[in-house]
Design a binder for this molecule. Structure first.
Ligand code: 9D3
Length: 257
């Protein structure tokens, strides 16, 4: 899969792509990342990529021509399919695991990092296929958002994670938060590891973890809970431990995201 990232701060993106799983995926050829310096596509000597807004007002707007030239330079650069162009901006729809899964099915993404107050609307209209935001907080630009997309999509690609760390055991595919985890020592600052985890009894351990996951999800992310996602044997367990009623109640009063 090819990720082209169009930015005015190319250096910002170097190290995240050069560590850990992203680095390994690049070296194994599972992903290709190209950092495109928008300034290379500016036309005037001062390499202006932004300008003052028509109509007046605060801040600057990214000019359409450099953005369009940068995108065109990468579009069909791999010969075959049309790349999907994604603008990262506070006006985009909110990114989530479902969108990550959809993007993992693409062959070529061009991620355009917004800066300043935004981009000229005609670039958006003519070149952008989708516009994404990370959520309701303010960043200084789209670069970190682009890295989040590359990271979250890459780990979904076949063969990128080891088989021990399979993508579908994750939090968001089960609608449950992960249970608390412990390693050595058995006692740390007067806090012991729960007995159930030391029992060596696999069924007891799984039951403990399942109940702890449900409890944690009830406490922290009730919006994730889906009563339909529990199997009959899980519902029996929840009933036995007084959690079924709580899940049902919270399910009824929590707005879904
Ligand atoms: C005053 C209006 N602001 C828009 C909400 C101006 C503004 C703030 C921040 C314009 C651009 C930016 C830079 N942010 C991004 O480019 C961005 C972003 C974000 O700020 N939050 C969450 N996701 C993203 S993706 C790109």
């Amino acid at each position: 899969m090819i990720f082209d990232i169009v930015t005015i701060f190319p250096d910002l993106l170097d190290s995240p792509l050069n560590e850990g799983i992203l680095r390994r995926a690049r070296l194994k050829g599972q992903i290709t990342t190209n950092i495109i310096n928008l300034r290379d596509f500016a036309d005037d000597p001062q390499t202006m990529t932004d300008d003052r807004p028509f109509g007046g007002g605060e801040g600057m707007v990214m000019k359409p021509e450099p953005l369009a030239r940068a995108v065109k330079s990468q579009q069909n650069a791999d010969g075959s399919t049309q790349a999907k162009v994604i603008l990262l901006s506070p006006q985009g729809r909110s990114y989530n695991q479902k969108i990550a899964g959809e993007l993992a099915g693409e062959q070529h993404l061009i991620l355009v990092c917004g800066r300043y107050e935004g981009v000229d609307e005609r670039f958006r209209a003519g070149y952008v296929h989708d516009e994404l935001s990370l959520g309701d907080y303010i960043l200084t630009g789209g670069e970190l958002a682009a890295m989040v997309i590359v990271d979250s999509v890459t780990r979904l690609l076949p063969g990128v994670l080891g088989c021990s760390d399979s993508a579908d055991k994750d939090t968001f595919s089960r609608n449950l938060l992960k249970h608390p985890q412990y390693t050595r020592p058995r006692v740390f600052e007067d806090q012991a590891v729960p007995e159930e985890l030391l029992s060596g009894n696999h069924e007891q351990i799984e039951t403990y973890r399942f109940l702890a996951s449900v409890q944690r999800t009830l406490d922290r992310r009730p919006d994730l809970l889906k009563i339909e996602s529990f199997s009959p044997s899980e519902i029996k367990l929840l009933r036995k431990h007084g959690l079924y009623e709580k899940v049902q109640m919270i399910q009824d009063v929590t707005p879904k995201r």
